[in-house]
Design a binder for this molecule. Sequence first.
Ligand code: 6R9
Length: 655
Amino acid sequence: MFTTETLYVPPPALAEGAHVAGRAAYDALVREAAADHQAYWARLAREFVEWKRPFKKVLDASNAPFFKWFEDGTLNASYNCLDRQVHAGLGAKVAILFEADGGEVTRVSYADLLARVCRMANMLRAQGIKKGDRIVIYMSMSIDGVVAMQACARIGATHCVVFGGFSAQSLRDRIADTGAVLVLTADQQVRGGKHLPLKAIVDEAIGLGGCEAVRRVVVAKRTGADIAMRHPRDLWMNDLLACQADTCSPEWVGAEHPLFLLYTSGSTGKPKGVQHSTGGYLLHAALTTKWTFDLRPEDMFWCTADIGWVTGHTYIAYGPLALGATQVVFEGVPTYPDASRFWTMIQDHRVSIFYTAPTAIRSLIKAAESNAETHPDRFDLRSLRILGSVGEPINPAAWEWYHRHVGGGRCPIVDTFWQTETGGHMITPLPGATSLVPGSCTLPFPGIDAAVVDETGADVPNGQGGILVIKKPWPSMIRTIWGDPERFRKSYYPDDFKGGYYLAGDGAIRDAETGYFTITGRIDDVLNVSGHRMGTMEIESALVACTELVAEAAVVGRPDDTTGEAICAFVVLKGSRPTGDEAKAIAKRLRDWVGKEIGPIAKPKDIRFGDNLPKTRSGKIMRRLLRSVAIGEAITQDTSTLDNPMVLDQLMHSN
Ligand code: 6R9
């Protein structure tokens, strides 16, 4: 399938000096892991993590699929990220270079960061927070956001970061499900020159009920806006921090202690709280940051993700810090003040490793085409050595543009496939070892036993598509779904699936010649819009929750040039089917409604109205038909089982 001309061979200088230097070195690691999986991971766990009490047990599979790694070892994640660097003489090294939305730059050294984390940790302890308590963090990209996560880790509290774009309802659901006792937030957030509420949304969320466990809301000051503070529940962060000491003894926790919960969408029901461990997670965060990006002490690392997503956890809050790296943290958006913001920042801060999402690349390609001033060719990007991509498949055209115009044709692109549930990279090139093919995430990270199988769990030959699985457990894997172990088992290790493999929920195909993996997309009802995961059922529930208007709704995805996939909703109203301006007005109302129920990222791009939805005689909504309607392609499927064929016509022509 791939010809040798489409292969990009690692630049020789990089291949020689890389942490994993050359394909032979990669193959040797894969062989080491295959020969003794546990010994391989134990070796790396000793090398990458500083343990308070060394582990003796490596893997406990006695209660599979609830696997435990390094269980009798103790450690502290914040100690590993901060104290360890200061002890190694890196106290004065810049840990975070923060650039605010408006362009102001703040540099925080490892010693400063440690002191700030300690103050925040002491503050939390003073508020009565103990090991195992859950803390919801509803903040935007900021130094305080990272400090908050690290401070929780320091005292053994389990953090749950909620993306600042989620609505009050979504925030409420997460606060209620985690049973959080304290919420950390800010007065407002600043994005693209706009001030947006945070604290007001926390108030609204708590007001919706079910958050009775919350004793305190601690508010950082970002804009100084006049916001409502409720006595005695709400307190200003700065007042509380002022009197705190800047040293704080870390809470040593067992390796399996839950470091964080992060909610993500599945194919059914409400978002699920993915629970991660401390030891295994930290190991993979550090290891993959080092090998996948070939990170060196002098690098300037920049991951553009938000701390509200898993990428911002592993490749901002933990991985780079665990390695003593210097990284850029950015508050704003790529298009403000104009679409050259990323290129300007790479140039100004001499960024050497740049990790972003295909959706950002695609929108910046469009912007550069319409305004040459924002084209990356106009900027000095020679500091770059490695580029990365994450969150969704990168189409070969975007890959080529990224490679040529951002990477100057010299920087390998690591197309990293992984998930909230996997904690870190699963299938990815290593820049000094793997030849690249645009659109392929290439080969499994050493120690990750990825395969493509059929419904019975049997391997399918290369060149034939199938279901992506991970055959052996790995240290940073999801431990359970918070409060719902049965859902964890059913989602990832369903009984009817042979082999006992981890089911990723994606389809994949391996190249016949190279064995390279290409991800073919989700095999469940999960959409990927601009790299954000969303369940179709979640959006459907939000729509039908508008009981005043909506009788029934079905949601499907369709391909979109910029966002990867776009949300298309088919709606049956309680009243008669609207047309023309009325249809437009109701569609807008429903869009705003979904924005309030879930968040702006879940607003359907396309809403169509019908008297009914296409259903089989047994009453099942025929989603594959709706997909064709959404794309606007001719219906080739068999519609003979359709109960009400005329609705197809309505839906096709209703916008
Ligand atoms: C890290 C992250 C996970 C889903 C995953 C898959 C898609 C992520 C990808 C990719 C193709 C890549 N995905 N990276 N598809 N190539 N390099 O994105 O986590 O938000 O949980 O999404 O994203 O479909 O299953 P998460």
